[in-house]
Design a binder for this molecule. Structure first.
Ligand SMILES: Cc1cc2nc3c(=O)[nH]c(=O)nc-3n(C[C@H](O)[C@H](O)[C@H](O)COP(=O)(O)OP(=O)(O)OC[C@H]3O[C@@H](n4cnc5c(N)ncnc54)[C@H](O)[C@@H]3O)c2cc1C
Length: 479
């Protein structure tokens, strides 16, 4: 069998800058009000919000828009290259107003969200399949009383916290004041006494959701995501990519693909962005403002004149790495839940790509084609493997895992496509959101900083909020 292997992620130019290459400004080719670097959801949200008032240009290094929110289609079914779902129906209180920024944007864009039907989650640990671990209703939740206790403790903790203080939110600053203390400890510290079985789940969940184990991420970030699990979850066919696509539909002619920003300068209120375009030519744009909606560890290399404290803060923005594998089969090999966690495979979890369309009604052995999206978090330490290990190595580890849980399924696999993420996934380590992030996200003159890394939690809400926040900064500054 020949599998497609790797698709995507063009990193040569960015890595050459990391390794010392520097670019010079060219003769200005064009002039716009705002240049946005990065066509992920945050950059596209900023562009969408500014496009009616200013001339806008978005520069994207890949050959497609979407960043971590892209999708593909196989035999009529959409599948995700990264993000899976969200919970869009929630309100926040911010600067004295009650707003629901996701719902408002999705309604404006006509995003076709649907509720994920139950069972939305399951885990397959120690040869036992548990459906809906966060529902109090399942008597088979894990096997012994002691093992069940960890889950019950976690649910009680989340419910009591919400009852007593209110909801944890994005932006973190709209959360009850207790969020700051939560940011300073690790998620594991909160649940240290919840039993070995729950901690095993917490680590796999945490690796899948944040790319790092529960002692490497902050309790704020962990609880924020866990509390989403108690609420209803929503998605579109192919995951959150429908948001990036809906945004880009309003930005025709404003996005330049295959273009990597390599230098950002400002002089007397004028910005200059130099980039390498699709033909390999170096081009400079002049603008009144810039939004950097790309990973921030890159900022100290390309933004000229950054204050020392902000440079240091950008260097403390850390990222996890990921391989996402889409496995195409000519028959259904699993049908129990939308998302399922596993305890000892290279992939922490797996999504059934068209669950939202079929509501789980495609049954094992029905002979219908299916796509399974498998998440393989590699953390910070495993990043080198994401670049150096061959597609064959990944595919062999993935098929081993599939065979372990679904005997004889390998014969039904038609193709495996891999996608790598080097630095998309911000690591919300303890102290980051209340610490370096607050310095990093400060506007620098006419340069604003968006992307989920400026909220510290890798999720759709962070991307949208940071895009809106940067756009508001520009509206205030430029009228
Ligand atoms: C594997 C995975 C699974 C996820 N699952 C979920 C989920 O289920 N639910 C959820 O809510 N969130 C999820 N997330 C997080 C969510 O996808 C992100 O928070 C969101 O998509 C980030 O959008 P962004 O615009 O902030 O950044 P990105 O999507 O990272 O966009 C940044 C863009 O900048 C571009 N860029 C970088 N450098 C340059 C340069 N020099 N010049 C030009 N362009 C540049 C990149 O190519 C990219 O397109 C997941 C993320 C990943 C990676």
């Amino acid at each position: 069998m020949r599998y497609t292997g790797f698709e995507g992620e063009n990193n040569q130019i960015c890595h050459s800058i990391r390794d010392g290459k520097r670019y010079q400004r060219k003769t200005v080719k064009d002039n716009v009000d705002v240049v946005i670097i990065g066509a992920g959801i945050s950059g596209l949200t900023s562009a969408y919000k500014l496009k009616d008032k200013f001339s806008v240009k978005v520069i994207e290094k890949e050959n497609r828009i979407g960043g971590a929110s892209k999708r593909g289609n196989w035999k009529g079914s959409y599948y995700s290259y990264g993000t899976a779902d969200t919970g869009p129906d929630y309100e926040i209180k911010y600067e004295g107003r009650t707003i629901n920024f996701l719902k408002q944007l999705f309604q404006e864009l006509n995003v076709p969200w649907q509720k994920v039907s139950d069972p939305s989650d399951a885990f397959h640990f120690r040869n036992h399949l548990v459906l809906d671990p966060f529902c109090r209703c399942h008597p088979d939740l894990p096997t012994s009383r002691e093992e069940r206790k960890g889950f019950e403790d976690a649910i009680s903790y989340l419910e009591e916290f919400k009852e007593r203080y209110g909801k944890l939110t994005i932006p973190p600053e709209a959360s009850p004041p207790e969020w700051e203390q939560l940011d300073k400890k690790s998620l594991r510290e909160l649940f240290a006494n919840s039993g070995e079985y729950f901690l095993l789940f917490l680590d796999r969940y945490s690796q899948s959701t944040f790319g790092a184990t529960s002692n490497e991420i902050s309790a704020f970030e962990g609880l924020y995501y866990l509390s989403r699990e108690l609420d209803e979850r929503y998605t579109c066919p192919g995951g959150n990519a429908c948001v990036s696509e809906a945004l880009s539909n309003h930005l025709e002619g404003k996005i330049e693909l295959n273009s990597t920003a390599v230098l950002v300068e400002q002089e007397n209120d004028t910005c200059y962005v130099t980039y390498v375009d699709a033909q390999g030519s170096e081009v400079t744009l002049e603008s009144r403002s810039v939004i950097m909606a790309c990973p921030k560890h890159y900022a100290p290399y390309i933004v000229k004149g950054l204050p020392e404290d902000q440079k240091r803060a950008f260097r403390k923005v850390r990222y996890d790495s990921y391989i996402v594998a889409n496995v195409f089969t000519n028959d259904v090999i699993y049908d129990a839940a939308f998302a399922t966690y596993f305890d000892d495979t290279i992939f922490t979890d797996m999504i059934i790509a068209d669950w939202i369309v079929t509501s789980g009604n495609k049954k094992v052995g029905s002979g219908e084609p299916e796509v399974y999206t498998l998440y393989c978090p590699m953390g910070e330490r495993g990043r080198y493997k994401v670049l150096t290990e061959t597609a064959e190595t990944w595919i062999s580890q993935i098929t081993n895992g599939i065979n372990r849980y679904f005997p004889r399924a390998e014969k039904k696999i038609v193709d495996i496509r891999l996608f790598r993420y080097g630095h998309h996934y911000v690591l919300g380590y303890p102290g980051f959101i209340t610490g370096p992030r607050t310095i990093a996200k400060r506007p620098f003159g006419n340069i604003f900083f968006a992307k989920d890394d400026m909220q510290g939690v890798p999720c759709l809400e962070s991307a949208v909020w940071s895009g809106l926040d940067a756009a508001n900064g520009i509206l205030q500054k430029m009228g």
